[in-house]
Design a protein around this ligand. Structure first.
Ligand code: TXA
Ligand code: MG
Length: 343
């Protein structure tokens, strides 16, 4: 199949909308990462997403809408909890996904057989335009091959999925750079299953009590069922081996300089660029600027693979406050939970 790289003029959006109505797949920009979209109401179309990505069939998808009322009118959920209305008022459109009890219009392919469904209203104008043009809710996981870093540009999507999908809409670089925060409202105390651009602190300001699932920061125990199936897979990993160091900034510099050489790369902050010798360095941004670190993380991991000869990439273990929790969550998965503790 030839994959068409489209811009985001009204005509090109119309063309992409027709592909979706006909049951095809389109890569679409959102403010978090690029998504691989299909008609969420059409199980056969949704099944093609799993095939194109090589995604395990037991990992459910997020359904994207462009109007809060779409949730009811398309019968996506069986009941909208009050907490969902509060969160939508403050954070939608934006990088927050809410899990609710699923409605009768959602095919099993979307929910992977669970009795819940994940819903998000993205803020990216092109994402909204394509949902409106298709007049459909769109199921969309991140538009990468399963296991590799999520795509934050149309080029990344083409690198992974060229020849496997009908089209990609180019809407520029994604602003947030990491996937949305996922919170379940389906039972008991609201619980964050995946941290993202909307922070746990912000969610608590709106809802009061909010839990953070164990699997966000820790490796799932053997045999334990994942609340969010996506969290049980090694994820977001470049081909190079990611090694995380738990240590101070100075210890990090010393360790990497001691272990440098060909085939070694290091992630760092702007302030450290000139202090790291004899390794390939990529800065994620200013120290403590977690939003910038989030914005650059996946692109940096892909660039490291682009060098072609990197075997090991070092990074400091990030702090877990604010958006830092999301950066921590992605990096520790990229590293397969291996951390060298120098403290
Ligand atoms: O920012 C995002 O969320 C991007 C853009 C495209 O919207 N999408 C995205 O989708 O990251 P994906 O499929 O890569 O990640 C969805 C996560 C997975 O970890 C999945 O297991 C979880 O959400 N999830 C989806 N539906 C669920 C459900 N009903 N219950 C529990 N977890 C669910
Ligand atoms: Mg993904």
């Amino acid at each position: 199949m030839k994959t068409e790289l489209l811009g985001s003029t009204p005509e090109q959006i119309e063309k992409a909308a027709q592909i979706l109505k006909d049951g095809g797949l389109v890569g679409i920009p959102t403010e978090t990462v690029y998504g691989l979209a299909a008609n969420a109401l059409d199980g056969a179309a949704v099944a093609k997403i799993f095939e194109a990505k090589g995604r395990p069939m037991d990992n459910p998808l997020i359904v994207h809408v462009a109007d809060f009322n779409d949730i009811e009118s398309f019968e996506l959920v069986s009941e909208i909890p009050g907490s969902a209305r509060l969160l939508a008022k403050r954070f939608w459109p934006g990088p927050l996904t809410m899990i609710m009890k699923k409605g009768k219009a959602v095919p099993d392919e979307v929910s992977a057989g669970l009795d819940t469904v994940a819903i998000r209203f993205p803020s990216h104008p092109v994402a909204q335009a394509i949902i409106r043009a298709a007049q459909l809710p769109l199921a969309a996981p991140s538009a990468n091959l399963s296991g590799s870093p999520s795509p934050t540009t149309a080029r990344h999507v083409m690198n992974d999925l060229d020849g496997k999908i009908e089209a990609v809409l180019d809407g520029g670089e994604c602003e947030v750079g990491l996937e949305s925060t996922v919170i379940t409202l389906a039972d008991g105390v609201p619980r964050v299953l995946r941290p993202g651009g909307v922070t746990v602190e912000q969610l608590r300001e709106t809802l009061g009590e909010v839990e953070v699932d164990d699997a966000v920061l820790n490796q799932l125990e053997e045999g334990k069922k994942a609340a969010s199936p996506g969290m049980k897979y090694k994820h977001y990993a470049p081909k190079a081996n990611v090694v995380l160091l738990k240590c101070s900034d100075d210890e990090y510099i010393d360790y990497v300089n001691d272990h440098g050489g060909r085939g070694v790369a290091a992630l760092c902050c702007d302030e450290d660029l000139s202090r790291l010798k004899n390794v390939k360095v990529i800065s994620l941004g200013k120290r403590g600027d977690y939003s910038q670190q989030a914005h650059r993380l996946f692109d940096s991991l892909r660039r490291i693979d682009g060098y072609g000869d990197v075997i090991t990439v070092y990074s400091r273990l990030p702090h877990t406050d604010g958006v830092g929790m999301a950066v921590y969550n992605r990096l520790i998965r990229a590293a397969g939970f291996e951390v060298i503790d120098l403290e």
